[in-house]
Design a protein around this ligand. Structure first.
Ligand code: BGC
Length: 369
């Protein structure tokens, strides 16, 4: 204990010296040294801003309430905002600027467009606020302090593997015919999910065991703008007409999340096709029901309660002047810097392990009974 305290004093002294020397050196160096707000700490009842994207999936709805309540319980003032449904980028930009003006010490951002926030992140930095990218990375800015998310590459790998497992369970011998969907191009996660899935699927595609019926394998062709259900349904409708009209079988669809998975299933049902294996992500209640009913094949459990709790832990560390916990310093190069990240493990869920996976979730557990 004693040693820890002594060490603590030594560290505090070093930080004070560092702060002093940073303050004395020229401005450019000061802002470049990523000794953020975390080296100094700030008052316990400070304002924390949380800027979330529009509510394109249930996880964002949950996150808003959890941040409001969790930050207040931790003694902070909370300003939680969502980007609107249409002018999302401009909305989010002005919400972040307003948080800076109100004196927020930390701004947590679930980006609506990864590449459109560098100006606001720079403003935050100049005002002495730390910025945490939440769930989605913010790109092309050296001013972003931290990234916290579930391991997105792993999410994609689990989705790719689930697609294969599901198809094998239904039809042990390939080749299997599939279609591929990916998320919105303005969300940095979309490519990471897709790359993860393709790292598992591509070897089988190359061998001819998996055939992409439409031939559309490029992320530009598979992307669903805005993560919108109607866009996914439209793309599936037209794929069914162009490629599966003549009774050709469709064995599986790689879907990057639950909202899109249900839209894809609606489209397939509408065309009277037997249900293909469809993957998902987010553990949305409607998809958990669909999995239990044997329709959607899989989802991913990324427990929003955990992600928000860990984010609030980061904020608490910044408040006391400690370095937040980080477990990845190499995966997330945002084009300007490698952003120190804290990544949580995602869990694949199918009908088989749903009860176990959601045992501690009061909302989802009853759906698996
Ligand atoms: C999140 C997913 C979510 C998607 C659409 C992604 O950035 O990681 O969990 O399904 O956005 O809202």
């Amino acid at each position: 204990m004693r040693r820890i305290i002594t060490r603590g004093i030594a560290v505090a002294g070093a930080i004070a010296l560092l702060t002093l020397s940073t303050a004395c050196s020229n401005e450019r160096e000061g802002s470049a040294s990523t000794v953020n707000a975390d080296a100094k700490g700030f008052a316990q009842d400070s304002l924390v801003g949380v800027a979330l994207p529009s509510k394109t999936s249930e996880n964002w709805v949950l996150a808003g309430d959890l941040f409001t309540n969790g930050l207040k319980a931790a003694g902070f003032k909370a300003d939680v905002q969502y980007a609107g449904a249409s002018t999302t980028v401009a909305d989010q930009q002005s919400q972040i600027s307003a948080m800076i003006t109100k004196g927020a010490k930390v701004i947590v951002i679930g980006a609506t467009d990864a590449s459109q926030l560098a100006t606001q992140v720079a403003q935050a930095k100049q005002a002495g606020a730390a910025v945490i990218a939440y769930d989605r990375l913010i790109t092309n800015t050296p001013d972003l302090d931290y990234y916290i998310a579930f391991d997105n590459l792993k999410v994609g790998q689990l989705q790719g593997q689930a697609l294969i497992d599901g198809m094998k369970a239904k039809k042990p011998q390939g080749p299997w015919t599939v279609e591929l969907f990916s998320g919105s191009p303005d969300d940095n996660n979309s490519k990471v999910f897709f790359d993860g899935a393709m790292s598992v699927l591509k070897p089988l595609i190359d061998k001819g065991d998996i055939v992409v019926g439409s031939g559309q394998k490029d992320i530009k062709q598979t992307a669903i703008q805005g993560w919108k259900a109607e866009n996914a349904q439209q793309r599936m409708d037209s794929l069914l007409t162009s490629t599966y009209g003549s009774g050709k079988e469709l064995d599986g669809v790689l879907s990057p999340n639950d909202t899109l998975a249900r839209a894809i299933l609606t489209s397939v049902k509408g065309a009277g096709k037997p249900g293909p294996v469809v993957t998902g992500q987010d553990s949305e209640a409607e998809s958990v029901k669909s999995i239990m009913a044997g329709e959607q094949y899989s989802t991913i459990n990324k427990d929003t309660r955990k992600l928000v709790a860990e984010t609030i832990n980061m904020v608490k560390s910044l408040q006391t002047g400690e370095k937040p916990q980080i477990n990845d310093t190499k995966s997330y190069d945002n084009g300007s810097k490698v952003v120190p990240a804290y990544l949580l493990p995602p869990v694949i869920v199918t009908k088989q392990n749903a009860a176990e996976a959601y045992a501690s979730d009061p909302k989802l557990a009853p759906l698996t009974k």
